[in-house]
Design a protein around this ligand. Sequence first.
Ligand SMILES: [Zn+2]
Length: 411
Amino acid sequence: MAQTLLILIIAFVTLEFIVSSVLSWLNTKWMTHPVPPELEGLYDEEKYRRQQDYMRTNKRVSLIARCVSFALTLIILGFGLLGWLDNQCKAWTDVPVLQVILFLVIYNLFNTVIALPFSYYSTFVIEERFGFNRTTHKTFWLDTIKSFAVSTVLSAVLMAVVYWLYQTFGQQFWIWATLVCAVFIIFFTMFYSNLIVPLFNKQTPLPEGELRDAITAALASFGSKFKDIYIIDGSKHSTKANAYFTGFGPKKRIVLYDTLQDQMTTNEIVAVLAHEFGHYKHRDTFKNMIISIVTIAINLFIFSLLVDNPHLPVALGGTAPSFILALVAFSLLLSPIDLLLSPAGSAISRRAEYRADAFAASHGHGEALISGLKKLASHALSNLTPHPLVVWYSYSHPTLAQRIRAIRTHH
Ligand SMILES: [Zn+2]
């Protein structure tokens, strides 16, 4: 039985590798496709060559990263190394919850170390060569340490609580664990800008001046007194620009990258803000939160049916019942469902983007949004011709050409 489970897990991991490789290959095949008419002239010949070069370089690195991670996963599964790690953790301490936390910390550390050469190369070789990088070595290492520390502490705390619930309530633990996860998600969605972002970036309220006046006027035209607009120092990491809406309740805010001002006119920034305000109007943060909580509830419920199955830990090389091994095996067994659900998640996200664009367009910011988005895409050397299947499967945003077409129908 455990043998069959292991074969199944390896088959699923392989399937995931094949799907992501095929999608990436499709995109590469499509990248020389003619540019859609809406975007003609966005790149001159010289810049187009740079864009193609940028894409090819990124594809090569992500191909290597994907192969390394696939090979390592096969080695780890084939040699039962997770079971070995679990036994080591059990030998180091007799306290069950500490065994679980120890396993988690080592597992996180391993994943961080494996990803490190790729993120280093991407930042200091690729992004540097194409003129995007602003990250210093000091910032890079501090960020790496901080994000490892934050993700490890948060996941360890959550895991400890869930494990304790399992020990206390047995199979019924999933109900309580869902509640705990829900509180956790709601708390961090709310306080993300106050607790997590300041570890990596500085945010300052939008200062008085031309931009603030224009934004205040636009917000007044939406009938809103919204004033939580912040500038974030994205320039600390990259020259690429962005904007986002975050939080809910009293902690909601619109965040604009300082790099937007290097690339866009005031009208274009106001149009981007109108798009972000559209997300707020449609309560998109809140909806995403509900989707994550429901997903977690379903996952935990299915996991509760399998958690005591003795074959799960054995499939990963374990020799004794183990909550954490069962959890890892479960998440690997569930990966085909993630593959199937990914297009649905992407479609929901793209629909929200269309609606936010429509909000901006219906308030007269359509053309400014189009020219602003074009400048962002051109600066970032974006791929203007992603393969339709890749867009359908994994794009959180519609393509630039699709967005322009949709915005223009709102005039
Ligand atoms: Zn958006």
